[in-house]
Write a protein that binds this ligand. Structure first.
Ligand code: ACO
Length: 480
């Protein structure tokens, strides 16, 4: 299927072009409209739609949990790409949706491997708020680049159900899973040596109550942590890329212009627009001699001496750089917000939903050769800025056309979801609260509402063991 003949790749010890070969985005089949939610919650019109930049929020009934979301995403990826389960040697899960303190989601996914008898599959779950998916992806890439790699694919699935208690955070929920196939000779290649990481102990968002799905969240602190982590990660990334360029005798100053696209973990879309503006502020600061007469920094001279750490909520700085970065945002980041705007914050898969949105909305020519900046943030906190380079090779053997084709139905699938009134959404949240961790329990919500091919929960028995089945009327994803 993909160009990864183990014998030829393993002839060299350093596999070429390690990266993402294929992606599968799964989101629930139902959503609540954010304008409807504004009036239901009694907030001022525009608060969620304009103020947060959110149009719709996907949510799960009691039929879906983290295991079923990941089962669905993985099986769809395998089917769409006609992959055999014995071609996978590593399977990693990134999630913060914990339903068992010991048994990993990964072990539940091993049910999919049973028929082919492949149990030689490394990897378990990785947890840290919205960063687990990225940590899992790095584990997969590191495995492919290690001496333990046996030539098979690595598979990563990032999944979460993002739900908040009633109040200001509730409209920033969402749910979904993104599965990614990792290997050599990939169309989306990880840039070697280019990861800028920032980790710190902070209580901005955490889940200390094991009996509740809801986090404890300090919204304002979480925004400050997100923006400060962005500054720090981008600065480390910049130092690393400048050092690489120096070694190559390239006398060039790195800036946002070096990316074709920049994608971010997206708690809500407005924060991402502010984040791109923030990267421009970082560029302005790191540029030894910015032109403030003409060009992108024109008229910004007065902001030359502001201290980054004093500007997280500085309206003047924010406004000036939002304005200056408007065009950059339109081209480099806005297209990445399709899934986030329509489905909300999926937590771990959020940034990978953004990556898929970029792929879904550009042509092979527009993507080929572009560098994509990726910012992943998980509260607590763990964050990395890294980059991918899209292959220059637009022939079928590169796999880029296949990757594009696989994302081409993203918008159609989002539009095919069922809209439900906010009252039904609120009842659903109440039901989830009541049945979370119940045993024995048989879910109540109708199965018919699920997308074809969705795995769902049929029962939790009196020993908390969960049983799943796949929705009938399964559309054959192998058909065009
Ligand atoms: N029309 C247009 N805009 C409006 C309106 C309106 N009627 N009403 C308010 N707004 C604007 C506000 O001015 C504000 O804009 P600003 O961000 O530019 O200041 C924005 O809408 C949000 O309004 P706030 O009053 O600031 O919202 P609130 O404090 O009630 O909640 C928050 C926002 C903190 C993000 C909350 O939703 C939350 O806690 N979410 C979860 C935490 C989160 O997502 N953190 C981000 C990183 S961590 C993570 O990923 C989980």
């Amino acid at each position: 299927m993909f160009e990864s003949d183990p014998a030829s790749i393993m002839a060299t010890t350093w596999p070429k072009d390690v990266g993402i070969l294929a992606m599968e985005v799964y989101f629930p089949s139902q959503y609540v409209d954010q304008a409807d939610l504004e009036s239901f919650d009694g907030v001022s019109p525009g608060k969620y739609t304009e103020g947060l930049g959110q149009a719709r929020m996907g949510f799960c009934s009691d039929r879906e949990d983290i295991n079923s979301l990941c089962l669905t995403a993985v099986q769809r990826l395998m089917e769409r790409n006609r992959l055999a389960y014995d071609s996978v040697g590593r399977l990693e899960v990134g999630t913060e949706t914990i339903i068992d303190k010991s048994k990993s989601v990964k072990t539940v996914l091993m049910q999919l491997f049973e028929a082919c008898g492949n149990t030689d599959v490394e990897g378990v779950d990785t947890i840290n708020a919205c960063y687990g998916g990225t940590a899992a992806l790095f584990n997969a890439v590191n495995w492919v680049e290690s001496t333990y790699w046996d030539g098979r694919y690595a598979l990563v699935v990032a999944g979460d159900i993002a739900v908040y208690a009633t109040g200001s955070a509730r409209p920033t929920g969402g749910a979904g899973a993104v599965a990614m196939l990792v290997g050599a000779n990939a169309p989306l290649v990880f840039d070697r040596g280019l990861r800028g990481t920032h980790m710190k102990h902070v209580y901005d968002f955490y889940k200390p109550d094991m009996l509740s799905e809801y986090p404890v969240v300090n919204g304002k602190l979480s925004i400050e942590c997100y923006l400060s982590a962005l500054d720090r990660c981008y600065s480390v990334y910049r130092d690393k890329i400048q050092a690489q360029w120096k070694k190559e005798s390239t006398d060039k100053h790195f800036s946002l212009e070096d990316f074709g696209f920049v994608v971010f973990h997206t708690p809500y879309c407005k924060l991402v627009q502010k984040s791109l503006a923030r990267l421009m502020l970082n560029d302005f600061h790191s540029n030894p001699n910015p032109n403030t007469e003409t060009g992108p920094f024109a008229g910004l001279e007065a902001l030359r001496d502001v201290k980054l750490e004093e500007t997280y909520f500085d309206r003047d700085v924010e406004k000036a750089f939002m304005k200056a970065s408007t065009e950059l945002f339109e081209h480099k980041t806005k297209p990445s917000l399709l899934v986030s705007n329509q489905n909300g914050n999926m937590y771990c898969p959020s940034v990978y939903g953004c990556l898929a949105s970029v792929i879904a909305q550009h042509t092979l020519q527009q993507l080929s050769g572009q560098k994509i900046g990726v910012f992943s943030y998980g509260s607590g906190l763990a964050a990395t800025f890294y980059s991918l380079t899209v292959t220059q090779d637009s022939t079928p053997s590169s796999g880029l056309d296949k990757l594009l084709a696989s994302q081409s139905d993203l918008k159609v699938r989002l539009d095919s979801r069922r809209k439900v009134p906010p009252a039904v959404f609120a009842e659903n949240m109440k039901l989830r609260e009541e049945v979370h961790h119940l045993a024995s329990y048989v879910p109540q919500s109708p199965v018919v509402d699920l997308f074809p091919g969705t795995w769902y929960l049929t029962q939790v028995d009196d020993q908390h063991r969960r049983i799943y089945t796949r929705h009938a009327n399964d559309k054959d994803l192998r058909s065009p």
